[in-house]
Write a protein that binds this ligand. Structure first.
Ligand SMILES: [Zn+2]
Length: 328
């Protein structure tokens, strides 16, 4: 198996085939470019044991739509870092420990995306893009179109109903003045600079938790989270890294491995008045009696891979209380 003929995540059940590429990369994983799911990597094991396994009947269309959504929101525009799909992400979706955004969250995101797109072009959106349902977390394009219809009925969007026998569709969609006011009032603008997470690499459980839980939770609050690729030692820290830390709306320091680089970077951010949120895996947290470093006056979120919802709720609460969107 060297090239794939369809996206292993969405199976092109609702489009995405036009821009599709799937090929093996040096690591032995596959790199996918899909018009619905976006750009991501996926392990061979995930493909053979789950995504393309004839025995896997639990990956229903709605669960595949949720996988597409998780991968879509985990992407950082302009970054060369791709989300990685592995077995634990798929198992979390199958077990129901990750669920799709609520209808009101989907509607808010639909309004925001349509606002961003029509503002960029200065014109209404002619057709909703094929990745639209995955971007907002809807079950399928029809469901996403019904939400758009509801937003039109509520006077937040305007657009023409182009529905046919084969499904719901709207053309020439853009926010009304009321819609723009709702976007300005209720949705924090996406900050220009991404939040930064400083952490140790190559802990598979931690890596998956960051991709599947931390990034999507922060995205729901309107923030992009970018991983720091290396943890340079104090004194060797690069100028670019300092600038990224200073410009970040907040920094998450992952302390599970007592990584000295993470402590240094958190201290640097703190000195620049950037809010720092600490997180630590429960097993190590308990084994160490809390972390060694004095972080007692900061928020520390203790997490467990099998309880992503607890982390998610805590992170959203901390972000709401302590982080204001910043602009450079
Ligand atoms: Zn796809």
């Amino acid at each position: 198996m060297n090239d794939l003929t369809r996206c292993p995540l969405c199976h092109h059940q609702y489009g995405g085939r036009k821009v599709f590429q799937g090929y093996r990369i040096a690591s032995g994983d596959f790199r996918i470019k899909c018009g619905v799911c976006g750009d991501f990597d996926v392990s061979e094991e995930a493909i053979e044991d789950y995504l393309e396994s004839a025995h896997e009947t639990r990956l229903t269309p709605i669960r595949r739509a949720l996988l597409s959504h998780l991968v879509r929101v985990a992407q950082t525009p302009g970054s060369h870092e791709f989300p990685m799909v592995k077995r634990d992400m798929i198992e979390r979706v199958i077990s129901g420990s990750v669920s799709a955004p609520s209808a009101s969250a989907q509607a808010a995101e639909a309004l925001r995306i349509i606002g961003v797109e029509s503002k960029a072009s200065g014109d209404p959106i002619q057709h909703l893009p094929e990745h639209f349902y995955a971007a907002i977390g809807a079950a399928n394009p029809d469901s996403a179109a019904r939400l758009v219809g509801d937003l039109i009925a509520r006077g937040l969007l305007r657009g023409l109903d182009a529905s046919s026998m084969s499904g719901r569709a709207y053309i020439n969609v853009e926010p009304t003045l009321t819609g723009w006011e709702a976007i300005a009032e209720h949705l924090a603008p996406k900050p220009m600079a991404p939040a930064i997470i400083v952490m140790k690499f190559n802990d598979p459980e931690l890596d998956a938790f960051v991709d599947d839980v931390v990034k999507p939770a922060a995205a729901d609050a309107g923030f992009l989270v970018e991983r720091v690729c290396e943890s340079p030692r104090a004194g060797q820290i690069e100028v670019a890294m300092k600038q990224k830390l200073a410009a970040a709306p907040f920094v998450i320091a992952e302390l599970t491995h007592q990584n000295s680089g993470a402590y240094w970077e958190a201290g640097y951010a703190d000195g620049k008045d950037v809010p720092v949120i600490y997180m630590c895996r429960q097993a190590e947290w308990e084994a160490n009696g809390g972390t060694h470093f004095d972080t007692s006056h900061h928020e520390t979120i203790v997490w467990r891979a099998d309880d992503p919802d607890a982390f998610r709720q805590r992170l959203l609460a901390v972000l709401k209380n302590s982080v204001k969107p910043r602009r450079r």
